[in-house]
Write a protein that binds this ligand. Structure first.
Ligand SMILES: Nc1ncnc2c1ncn2[C@@H]1O[C@H](COP(=O)(O)OP(=O)(O)OP(=O)(O)O)[C@@H](O)[C@H]1O
Ligand SMILES: Cc1ncc(CO)c(N)n1
Ligand SMILES: [Mg+2]
Length: 553
């Protein structure tokens, strides 16, 4: 059945018009023979491409700020901070700066008419919750912004009164001060000046102590904003990063440890965007500031050692990810279905029985021909498991083999494993994919065609199917047999690895099923509950090679 396009969809229950409300055309199918109530349900639930029309209002920040070509501050910082804090961010650009870690080499101011046009485009259409302002380089731009805000009121306004970059370059001159004081500040729910900006707004008073910051916050509050945060990132001789929040009644001293780093370019823009993000999610002001400050501190800590540029003040890591590559000895393994050929699943109880360490067992299995390792740990302490997992990642990567973690997504993330394997009662694979991201390898245990189809929809990379034969390794495990394995392979769009009671003598029957997407066998006891892992793995590998060549011939 053909359905009409998205922009003809209007919901009477949704508080905002989601799609083009000017569309007057009546959906064609309303004239067809399908009962109208059914048509409406179908219409409500999917578009012409079969895409579900789920109505979710995303918190939306509009940043009105300047572009920083070095991308540590300005619009670029705002968008990254909003992405990190899980809100949508649109952007009205007021100026384009040529800027790097050394300083600001040039500024090109966008005309007020074009700033106005951008504001109109976004505010007239996109359901903005909170506006956050940064660099507002001309009096005209501040004026058109105030006009737009009066015309399109939003839930909250966060004003970061950007004037001077940390490098000392002027981003907005004294000409804007009067319109700032008279027009913009009284509309703001919060203003977030740093020490220099607070001083400039107050006509040049010196601010050197926390008491000075409190007094400045009070005087700025008298100019009309609902609350004031004076930021102390540049407070001389302060061991902590101290900010003062004044809500008109009470002062709050917000203190965090000062991260020892030169990578602090853009902390102010980032803090203001993160405050806006929390407000858009519904937090009250003080809570929004505390969360935002904690986020800035975490991001600074995370990015304190990164090197970008040669200047005195580098950018940091808004998404807390850049550092990852530096510490892992090798990059994430790319998944190849042939990795499933001889899939070794570890068992620490068996290792104890034979008096060996996990790392020795993993090493022996790989040297014997294992093509992928899964660490399966049911009882160990998390900390002990993590340490073992880290050591095993190193070994596996040394040999160029992927390492997966059974069940424990947290451990997989913490040791930067190549992926995880989950069962039907563990976390659903689509959530695992969300948590681990697009690169990691995800395997799912499936016993039925339905489970196999779901694993594919959920974004898994492979299916583990079993128990093929009865096994003691897993209690109460249903044996699906070779026939069950065949059914799952036939139903699956994904590569399959067979598991359950497989060893060197019966592996051949599994391979001889001849299913094109059956890539290999997974084994526990046949390798690890034996005296010599190396020779057992070699044997199994040889049997598999033999079986495959027989199937091919
Ligand atoms: N080294 C640091 N460690 C922890 N927090 C810091 C550090 N430097 C700044 N901050 C915090 O970052 C936030 C931004 O304050 P800051 O005074 O740096 O703003 P700013 O001067 O406007 O920044 P920028 O102009 O670089 O964007 C404040 O909450 C401040 O306490
Ligand atoms: C564009 C821009 N906005 C704000 C700041 C303040 O950090 C900066 N350096 N550059
Ligand atoms: Mg600033």
């Amino acid at each position: 059945m053909a359905f009409c396009s998205c922009n003809q969809f209007l919901s009477s229950t949704y508080p905002f018009p989601i799609f083009n409300k000017n569309s007057k055309s009546v959906p064609k199918f309303l004239n067809s023979r399908v009962p109208q109530s059914l048509q409406f349900q179908a219409y409500m639930s999917m578009d012409q491409c079969g895409v579900p029309l789920t109505k979710i209002k995303i918190p939306h920040i509009l940043t009105v700020a300047g572009s920083d070509s070095g991308a540590g501050a300005g619009i670029q910082a705002d968008i990254k901070a909003c992405a990190a804090r899980g809100v949508y961010c649109s952007s009205v650009i007021t100026a384009v700066t040529a800027q790097n870690t050394v300083g600001v080499q040039g500024v090109d101011i966008v005309s007020e008419a074009f700033v106005s046009q951008q504001l109109n485009s976004v505010l007239s259409d996109m359901q903005v919750d909170v506006v956050k302002t940064g660099m507002l380089p001309s009096l005209g731009i501040v004026n058109v912004l105030c006009q737009s805000l009066r015309h399109f009121p939003v839930r909250a306004l966060v004003v970061d009164p950007v004037m001077v970059s940390t490098s000392g370059d002027i981003l907005a001159g004294p000409s804007i001060l009067s319109v700032f004081r008279e027009e913009l500040l009284p509309m703001a729910d919060i203003i977030t000046p740093n020490i220099k900006e607070a001083s400039a707004l107050l006509g040049g008073v010196q601010l050197e102590t926390i008491a000075d910051m409190c007094s400045a916050a009070k005087q700025l509050h008298a100019m009309g904003p609902r609350s004031v945060l004076v930021k102390g990132g540049d407070l001389p001789d302060s061991l902590d990063a101290v900010d003062i929040f004044f809500d008109g009644k009470q002062y709050h001293e917000l203190r965090s440890s000062r991260v020892k780093t030169h990578n602090t370019h853009g902390t102010g823009c980032t803090l203001a965007s993160a405050i806006a993000a929390e407000l858009a999610k519904g937090s009250p002001m003080l809570r929004a500031i505390k969360v935002a400050k904690r986020y800035v501190e975490t991001a600074l800590e995370y990015g304190k050692d990164i090197v970008i540029g040669n200047g005195p003040q580098g950018p940091f890591d808004h998404l807390l990810r850049l550092k990852r590559g530096l510490y892992s000895s090798t990059k994430q393994m790319e998944f190849n279905p042939s990795d499933l050929f001889l899939y070794a699943v570890t068992d620490s109880v068996m290792n104890e029985r034979w008096g060996r360490t996990m790392t020795d067992a993993v090493k022996a299995a790989i040297e014997g021909g294992a093509t992928i390792i899964q660490l399966r740990e049911k009882d160990a302490d998390t900390r002990e498991f993590l340490e073992t997992a880290k050591a095993c990642v190193e070994i596996c990567h040394f040999y160029g083999k992927p390492l997966l973690i059974n069940d424990r997504i947290d451990v997989a993330l913490a040791c930067d494993a190549d992926g995880v394997h989950v069962g039907q009662s563990d976390m659903p694979a689509h959530l695992v994919r969300t948590l681990l991201g697009p690169e990691k390898i995800i395997g799912v245990s499936c016993k039925t065609p339905e489970q196999a189809k779901q694993a594919w929809i959920d974004g898994a990379d492979y299916i583990g199917c079993g128990g093929v034969y009865p096994t003691n390794t897993k209690a109460n495990n249903v044996t699906v047999g070779l026939e069950g394995l065949r059914t799952v392979c036939l139903a699956s769009n994904l590569p399959v690895v067979a598991i359950g009671g497989i060893n060197a003598s019966n592996a051949r029957s599994v391979i001889e099923l001849g299913m094109p997407n059956l890539e290999g066998v997974a084994v526990v006891s046949a390798l690890f509950d034996r005296e010599n892992i190396l020779s057992e793995t070699r044997n199994l590998h040889a049997s598999l090679i033999q079986a495959v060549s027989k199937v091919k011939s």
